[in-house]
Ligand binder design. Structure first.
Ligand code: FAD
Length: 289
């Protein structure tokens, strides 16, 4: 199913993100985790592409595993180190695998990358245009409630976002955030510049305090003091940290749904128990039982 049609029928969606294995030997365990998450019957599941130093070769395969469970897959695709032939090869493969939805991303620059060198694609919007011209896909894009780390101002970032949406983006997924007021302020500003596509709130249930410190330093996401206290209190107790992270994320989501967001997209980090904890907390709120 094309995701652009989902919000014509549904007021709010619940979706999960998975990431592919980095090496062959991890394939079976990732596939099993993804199957378990898909069995919770989210509205769709996204599968990252080459993120975290991993290979991009398995994105399509994991997306097929999602769809084999009867759940719509959203395959991520990045363009930063790709040329047109490579992108067309990926689009052909996704098409043949029956994947109809792509999250079109620029991707992070690898070490030693010269962004000013001439290439087929510079920004995600170039990839959006390519996919739109290829045809047959519903296209999503990324957005940043607190601004993208490289952009000097949120105003400029929003202007670029509007240009990207106008190139043919059907929906947006946000980077994680821990303070809902950051999203509400962003949604207001997005509306002011004429962005009308559904914006899905990206929520990360933090289950490991050390990993969080690393992610935050890369993304520029701010931590409210309330959440900082939770990290400080439970960082040495993994079980308590996991439960507190799920509860914090669930509370965030209840508030988001009450305030009319079109969807929550949960960064489940391939952890079926975390996805199940979220689904259990939210199913009644979302009218899913
Ligand atoms: P863009 O939309 O191209 O924006 C990048 C920067 O360029 C911004 O600062 C923007 O303001 C600026 N910009 C845009 N257009 C112009 C212009 N015309 N002139 C000047 N500046 C401009 N990475 C992966 O490698 N794999 C993944 O699977 C992945 N999944 C992600 C999923 C989500 C929901 C999110 C939020 C991020 C994901 N990322 C992933 C990370 C993403 O690749 C990085 O955040 C990357 O730095 C930016 O990607 P983008 O698509 O937002 O880029």
């Amino acid at each position: 199913m094309k995701l652009k049609d989902v919000w014509k029928k549904k007021e709010v969606t619940l979706s999960f993100e998975a990431f592919p294995p980095k090496k062959d030997s991890d394939f079976a365990s990732v596939a099993s985790a993804v199957e378990k998450i898909a069995q919770l019957k989210p509205d769709f599941m996204s599968v990252t592409y080459g993120a975290g130093g991993g290979t991009s070769a398995y994105t399509g395969k994991i997306a097929q595993i999602v769809q084999a469970q009867g759940v719509t897959a959203l395959a991520h695709l990045t363009c930063v180190s790709s040329d047109r032939d490579r992108i067309h090869h990926e689009l052909d493969a996704l098409c043949q695998a029956g994947i109809e939805n792509i999250l079109a991303l620029r991707g992070d620059y690898p070490e030693g990358y010269d962004p000013s060198a001439p290439r087929d694609y510079r920004y995600a919007r170039d990839l959006v245009e390519e996919i739109r011209a290829y045809g047959g896909f519903s296209i999503g894009g990324a957005c940043y409630p607190e601004g993208h780390v490289e952009c000097p101002s949120q105003r400029e970032d929003l202007r670029h976002l509007k240009e990207k949406v106008d190139c043919g983006v059907d929906f947006l997924v946000t980077q994680m955030f821990f303070d809902n007021s950051a999203l509400y302020s962003f949604l207001y500003r997005a509306q002011q510049v004429g962005i009308t596509v559904p914006v899905l709130a990206g929520i990360m249930p933090v289950t490991n305090a050390a990993q969080m410190t690393r992610i935050l330093s890369l993304s520029g996401t701010t931590l409210p003091n309330r959440f900082r206290m939770i990290l400080d209190k439970f960082r040495e107790r993994p079980d308590a940290m996991k439960q507190a992270g799920i509860v914090y994320a669930a509370e965030q989501m209840v508030d988001l749904v009450a305030n009319g967001v079109r969807g929550v997209h949960v960064y489940t980090m391939n952890k079926p128990d975390v996805a199940a904890g979220i689904a259990e907390n939210l199913s009644k709120v979302l009218g899913r039982t």
